[in-house]
Design a protein around this ligand. Sequence first.
Ligand code: HEM
Length: 243
Amino acid sequence: MKQKKIDKTPARLDFTQSVTGLILAIFISAHILFESSILISNEAMYKVTIMFEGYYFFGETYPGIITFFAAAISVIFVVHAAIAVRKFPNNYKQHKVMREHVLRMKHEDTSLWIIQITTGFIMFFIGSVHLYIMMAEPSNIGPFASSFRVVHEHMGPLYFLLLLSVVSHAFIGLYRLAMKWGFMEGKNTKVSRARFKFLMKTMIVIYIIVGSLSLAQYTYIGLTHDFSEVKKYKSKIIDLRAH
Ligand code: HEM
């Protein structure tokens, strides 16, 4: 008798989602640390910026590297989100069943999954705005350019929401990945699950604190540095619309 062929597409999609998620989680963990160099000094943040622009390799800065990097991250970001969309509860009935399930079971892992969906949804919009700006204005990164964007281009509140979403999403994602790939199957699954959960929560708290402190520092620089020349230049560009 002829055997029915197994459709491997769902397994492949699942694997792609895990791998893209892992890459993005590693990226964001490093991103927030590099960017927190502003907490050391303006000079330190500037050095990190030109390092990514290839200065220590080529002897000159090439902001195009940032555009390329941001484009690559965007592709991974879109692939990851596109695969995730198929898991969203996509009608009212499904949503109701899921809500009742969460309320009745008080199952923490299901609640984590709901946080994943919600934060993922938020990031889909805010993350895209941020990635586009990084791609379009790669030379406008640095202690003062970034602070100007945070304060005078009003990106601060958006970044704070993005920070809360991305940090929760990344570490809950890593926890779920560790569970999926069998890292919690020791002698005592319950104990190892509790340990991983503790680690996940600790990392979320640490990263939110570090990210918020950096954001506070960018805000402080944005508010105290003299940007009057930049503002004059920008208002000239805006004036051009009247002619
Ligand atoms: C290669 C792509 C990326 C580059 C070059 C980049 C660069 C930067 C820079 C320079 C800042 C400082 C503020 C500014 O200059 O506007 C920043 C802030 C931030 N970025 Fe990105 N970013 C990238 C991708 C992402 C992605 C994919 C996410 C999350 C989805 C993200 C989340 C954040 C958050 C949350 C902040 C505020 C950080 C804080 O609170 O300390 N970034 N990014």
